[in-house]
Design a protein around this ligand. Structure first.
Ligand code: PEP
Ligand code: MG
Length: 885
C-alpha cells in the first residue's frame, strides 16, 4: 500500500526525493528537537500520481485526515474550531528549490465563525480579519482561479475610500468589510462560494499546490535550471504561527555564517511585528539580526543555539527562516545555504579547521567555476554606488566602456581606440563584429542561453543579458531605465559576474587570487583558503595538467600557475607578423632552390622560438605540433587581392608581378571548405621541406639547450591524422632529421613522436595508429567539429542559442565534452591504443581541457593529462583533484 503522508516526526533529510527539500529539512529539525510548528508532508509521489491521473490519489484524503487528527489532538484544538481555531499553512516544496515559483496558502481554517474565535484568542480583531482577508485572497486566486488583480483593486479602492495610505491604515471594521467584498468577488467570478468547511479548504489547497507544479513560470524556471519536469512537488501542511501579533512578535531570516564572505558569526535580518512573507517581500526595512538580541534576548540566544546545532549537524552553512510569536521562537525552514565563490572557499577551509569536515570534503565543496570567478578583476564595491540595472550574469568579469547601440558604431569607435559597451535588445549573428570590438555586451532580453550569452562566453567577453528594466532605443541611440536616459557615448561599468550595470567608470581592483597564482603571495584569508584547496587538489589528483602555450612568456606564466608541461604548442602562431613574408616566399617558390632559401630563412627563427619555450619549461615535457592550418591562411584574402588588382587596372597601372603571382597562388590554393582540406598532416606530406625544417628547428633548439646545461624535453606531435599510413611517412622523415642533427651536433636528440586524435576515423583505428604513435593527444575541438559535423567557427553564433533553447543540448559541445558521442570515440581510442601499445600516454589539448565538467570525464576515461590555456590551469588542477575523490 503506497503511503502519501509523513508527519514531520517521521521523516529525515535523506528523504528529500519523497518529501521535497523543505519537508525533509523540517523533519530533520523536528528530529533534532528544535521548535518546529508541528505538521506533515504530502509526498512528491502523491503529486506525480495527481499530475498523471488528473485525480486525487486514492486514500490521500483519508491519510490527510488521520494526520490532521493527530495534529489536532496534540494542539488541543481543531482545525477551524470556532472559539480557538487551529490554522494551517500549506506550502509547496520540491526536491530542488524553486523559490517563489509555486503556491503557498496561509491561514487555512478561517471562516465566518472561526474568524471571531481567532479575534478572541489572539486578542486582536484587526489581526483576525486581516488574516481572513489574506486567506480569501490567496485561496481565491490560487485555488479558485480568480485574477489576483481584482483583489488588489478592491483593496486599493477601500484604502482610497478610507483615506488610508497603506494596509496599516485599515481598521478591523474596514477589513471585515473587505472580507465581504472578497467573498462576493469570488462568488461573482467563479459562481461558487468560498468553502466554509476547513477540511474542504485544506483538501483543495493541497491539490492546488500540486497543480502549481505546472504553471508556466515554474516550467520556465525548471527548463532554465535543468530541473526534470517529472519530479513533482511535495506539500507541507504546518501549524500556523504568527509573527504579526504585536511588538513581541516578528519574523526573520538568518545564516549561520556570512554567505557573502563566508566569515563566521551569525548574520541575518529581522522584522518585528511581521510575517515571513513581509521579510522576503522587502516591504519594510528590516533590521540586523543582532537587534533581536536587544528586543528579545532569550529568543535570540535560543536562535543562536539552534543555528550552532544546525551547522554542526549539516556540517555546512545553513540558512534559516524563523518566527517569534509573542516571545516564543519557532523554526520554519532550514537548508544548506547558497553562497558566493569567496564564501565557498572560506567556509570549506574554516569547517576543515574546525574539524567538522575532512579536507577531501572541503575540496568537493568548492568548484573550478567558483575559482575562475575569483580570478577576474572586480569593481571596487566600496566606491561603486547603486547599479543602474540588474540582469543575468551571463559571462563573468568587469569592464568599462562607452555605450553604443549598434555593431558598426562599436567597431568604428573601438578602431579609434575607444572602449565600448555594446547595448542591444538582443544580439544576432550580425552583431558579431561589434561584440568582438566591445569590452562588454549588455542586452535587455534573453537568458543565459541567448545568443549574446553564448557568444560572449565563448569569447571570454563580459556580458549581462536580460536586463529587463532597460528600454533600448537603437534608433534614438539611447536606453532608458525608469526616468534615467543613457545616451550613446555615456560611460558604463558592466559586472558580468554579478549581473549589474553601473553608471560611470567604476574603479577596478585586481584579484588577490590571481596575484597569488602569479606570485605565490598569500595576502588574505580568502587567498589562503584557495591555496589550501589547490594544495589538497594537487595531492590527490591523478590527472596531470599541462598548458597550451606558444610563447616563452605564456609558458612561464603557465608554469607559475602550476602547469606540468606544455600539451600543445601551436606553431602556426609563429608564422604570422613579419614572418608571413617568408611563408609567402615558400609558397610562391618556383624552384627547389627558392623554396629552400625561404625555409632556410625560417629555420633560425623557429629554432629561437623553441629554444625560448624549452627554456621556460626546462625539465618538463613540451609537445610541439607541426604546422596545422591550410597554407592559404598565410596568404592575402582572395577578394581583397582581386579588388586591389582590379583597382590598379582601373587606374591604368599594370598589376605588380608579385601581386599577380600571389593571386595565382591564392586561386590555386583556394578551398571551399578549408577545415576539411589541405591542412594538418596532409600539408606536411605535400609541402616539401616543411616538416624537415620544423623538426630541425626543434632538434637544434634541443641541442642548444642541452649545451647550455638545460633539460629540454620536446615531443613532436602530428596533427589531423586519418590513417596510420600518414603518420608512418611523416615519422620516417622526423626520425631522419633527428638522426641527422644528432650526428651533426654529436648530441643525441631523441623526441617522442605522437599524434593528435581529432578525426573520428583516427579514433576508430587507434589500435593501428598506436603502432606508430608514441603518444595520443585528443584534439577535442576538431573531434567535436567532425563528429557532430558542426563547423566550429560558425555554428555557435548561427544556431546554438536556438538549440539550447529547444533543449537539444544543455551546453555547447564545444564547451563541455559530449560524453555520449565524442567521449565514446575517445574511450574507444584509449582502450585500443593502450591494447596495442601498453602504457601509451594520452592527453587532451582541445578547449575542453579547462572545462570543469569535461575534466571529470577525462579523469574517468583514464587519460594521463589535460592541457588548457594558462589561465585555466588552476581550474583544471582543482577539478582534477575533485574528480579523484
Ligand atoms: C583541437 O582540434 O582540439 C586542437 C587542439 O587543435 P586546434 O584547436 O588547433 O585545431
Ligand atoms: Mg585541431
Amino acid at each position: 500500500m503506497v503511503r502519501y503522508v509523513y508527519a514531520f516526526t517521521e521523516g529525515s533529510r535523506d528523504m528529500a526525493d519523497l518529501l521535497g527539500g523543505k519537508g525533509a529539512n523540517l523533519a530533520e529539525m523536528t528530529r533534532l528537537g528544535l521548535p518546529v510548528p508541528p505538521g506533515f508532508t504530502v509526498t512528491t509521489e502523491a503529486c506525480r500520481t495527481f499530475l498523471t491521473t488528473g485525480g486525487e490519489p486514492a486514500g490521500l484524503a483519508r491519510e490527510i485526515s488521520d494526520h490532521l487528527t493527530v495534529l489536532e489532538r496534540a494542539a488541543g484544538r481543531r482545525l477551524g474550531q470556532p472559539d480557538d481555531p487551529l490554522l494551517l499553512s500549506v506550502r509547496s516544496g520540491a526536491r530542488f528549490s524553486m523559490p517563489g515559483m509555486m503556491e503557498t496558502i496561509l491561514d487555512i481554517g478561517l471562516n465566518d465563525d472561526s474568524v471571531l474565535g481567532l479575534a478572541k484568542s489572539s486578542g486582536s480583531e484587526r489581526f483576525a480579519w486581516d488574516s481572513y482577508r489574506r486567506l480569501l485572497q490567496m485561496f481565491g486566486s490560487t485555488v479558485m482561479g480568480v485574477d489576483s488583480a481584482l483583489f488588489e483593486n478592491a483593496m486599493a479602492r477601500l484604502k482610497e475610500d478610507c483615506g488610508a495610505v497603506d494596509d496599516l491604515g485599515l481598521d478591523a471594521a474596514d477589513l471585515a468589510g473587505l472580507v465581504e467584498t472578497y467573498k462576493e468577488l469570488i462568488r461573482q467570478e467563479t459562481g461558487e462560494s468560498f468553502p466554509q468547511s476547513p477540511a474542504r479548504q485544506l483538501q483543495r489547497a493541497v491539490l492546488a499546490v500540486f497543480q502549481s507544479w505546472n504553471v508556466e513560470r515554474a516550467r520556465l524556471y525548471r527548463r532554465r535550471e535543468h530541473i526534470p519536469d517529472g519530479l513533482g512537488t511535495a506539500v507541507n501542511v504546518q501549524t500556523m504561527v504568527f509573527g504579526n501579533l504585536g511588538p513581541d512578535s516578528g519574523s526573520g531570516v538568518a545564516f549561520t555564517r556570512d554567505p557573502a564572505t563566508g566569515r563566521a558569526g551569525v548574520y541575518g535580518d529581522y522584522l518585528a511585528n511581521a510575517q515571513g512573507e513581509d521579510v522576503v517581500a522587502g516591504i519594510r526595512n528590516t533590521m540586523p539580526l543582532e537587534e533581536l538580541g536587544r528586543l528579545n534576548p532569550e529568543a535570540f540566544s535560543r536562535l543562536c543555539g539552534h543555528m550552532a546545532t544546525l551547522e554542526a549537524h549539516y556540517r555546512d552553512l545553513c540558512d534559516i527562516e524563523f518566527t517569534v510569536e509573542r516571545g516564543r521562537l519557532w523554526m520554519l525552514q532550514t537548508r544548506v545555504g547558497k553562497r558566493t565563490a569567496e564564501a565557498a572557499f572560506t567556509i570549506a577551509a574554516e569547517l576543515t579547521d574546525e574539524g567538522l569536515i575532512t579536507a577531501d570534503e572541503g575540496l568537493v565543496r568548492v568548484s573550478g567555476d567558483e575559482l575562475a570567478r575569483l580570478t577576474f578583476p572586480r569593481f571596487d564595491t566600496s566606491t561603486i554606488g547603486d547599479p543602474l540595472a540588474h540582469g543575468i550574469p551571463a559571462s563573468p568579469g568587469a569592464a568599462v566602456g562607452a555605450a553604443v547601440f549598434d555593431s558598426a558604431e562599436a567597431v568604428r569607435r573601438a578602431a579609434a581606440g575607444e572602449k565600448v559597451v555594446l547595448v542591444r535588445e538582443e544580439t544576432t549573428p550580425d552583431d558579431l563584429p561589434g561584440m568582438v570590438a566591445a569590452q562588454a555586451v549588455l542586452t535587455s532580453r534573453g537568458g543565459k542561453t541567448s545568443h549574446a550569452a553564448v557568444v560572449a562566453r565563448g569569447m571570454g567577453k563580459v556580458c549581462v543579458c536580460g536586463a529587463e528594466k532597460i528600454g533600448v532605443d537603437p534608433q534614438g541611440r539611447r536606453f532608458t531605465v525608469g526616468d534615467i536616459t543613457v545616451e550613446e557615448g555615456t560611460v558604463l561599468s558592466v559586472d558580468g559576474s554579478e549581473g549589474a550595470v553601473y553608471p560611470g567608470a567604476a574603479p577596478l581592483v585586481d584579484s588577490a587570487v590571481m596575484r597569488y597564482f602569479e606570485t605565490g603571495e598569500r595576502s588574505d584569508g580568502l587567498v589562503d583558503a584557495v591555496a589550501r584547496a589547490m594544495q589538497h587538489a594537487d595531492g590527490v589528483r591523478r590527472l596531470g595538467v599541462r598548458a597550451n602555450a606558444d610563447t616563452p612568456e605564456d609558458a612561464a606564466r603557465a608554469r607559475r600557475f602550476g602547469a606540468e608541461g606544455i600539451g600543445l604548442c601551436r606553431t602556426e602562431h609563429m608564422f604570422l607578423g613579419d614572418r608571413r613574408r617568408l611563408v609567402e616566399a615558400m609558397i610562391l617558390a618556383r624552384t627547389d632552390t627558392e623554396r629552400e632559401r625561404a625555409l632556410d630563412a625560417l629555420l633560425p627563427l623557429q629554432r629561437q622560438d623553441f629554444t625560448g619555450i624549452l627554456e621556460a619549461m626546462d625539465g618538463l615535457p613540451v609537445t610541439i605540433r607541426l604546422l596545422d592550418p591550410p597554407l592559404h591562411e598565410f596568404l592575402p584574402d582572395r577578394t581583397e587581392l582581386a579588388v586591389r588588382l582590379a583597382a590598379a587596372e582601373a587606374h591604368g597601372s599594370p598589376p605588380s608581378e608579385h601581386d599577380a603571382e600571389l593571386l595565382d597562388a591564392v586561386n590555386r590554393m583556394h578551398e571551399e571548405n578549408p577545415m576539411l582540406g589541405l591542412r594538418g598532416v596532409r600539408l606536411g606530406l605535400v609541402a616539401p621541406g616543411l616538416v624537415a625544417m620544423q623538426v630541425r628547428a626543434i632538434a637544434e633548439a634541443t641541442v642548444e639547450r642541452r649545451r647550455a646545461g638545460g633539460d629540454p624535453r620536446a615531443e613532436i606531435m602530428v596533427p589531423l591524422i586519418d590513417t596510420v599510413e600518414e603518420l608512418r611517412l611523416v615519422r620516417q622523415e622526423v626520425e631522419q632529421v633527428l638522426a641527422d642533427v644528432s650526428e651533426e651536433s654529436g648530441v643525441s636528440v631523441v623526441c617522442p613522436v605522437g599524434t593528435m586524435i581529432e578525426l573520428p576515423r583516427a579514433a576508430l583505428t587507434a589500435g593501428r595508429i598506436a603502432e606508430e604513435a608514441q603518444f595520443f593527444s585528443f584534439g577535442t575541438n576538431d573531434l567535436t567539429q567532425t563528429t557532430w559535423g558542426f563547423s566550429r567557427d560558425d555554428v555557435e553564433a548561427a544556431f546554438f542559442s536556438a538549440y539550447l533553447d529547444k533543449g537539444i543540448f544543455k551546453v555547447s559541445p564545444f564547451e563541455t565534452i559530449d560524453r555520449d558521442g565524442v567521449g565514446r570515440l575517445m574511450e574507444i581510442a584509449v582502450a585500443e591504443g593502450r591494447a596495442a601499445r601498453p602504457g601509451l600516454k594520452t592527453g587532451v589539448c582541445g578547449e575542453h581541457g579547462g572545462d570543469p565538467e569535461s575534466v571529470h570525464f577525462f579523469h574517468a576515461a583514464g587519460l594521463d593529462y589535460v592541457s588548457c590555456s594558462p589561465f585555466r590551469v588552476p581550474v583544471a588542477r582543482l577539478e582534477a583533484g575533485r574528480a579523484a575523490l
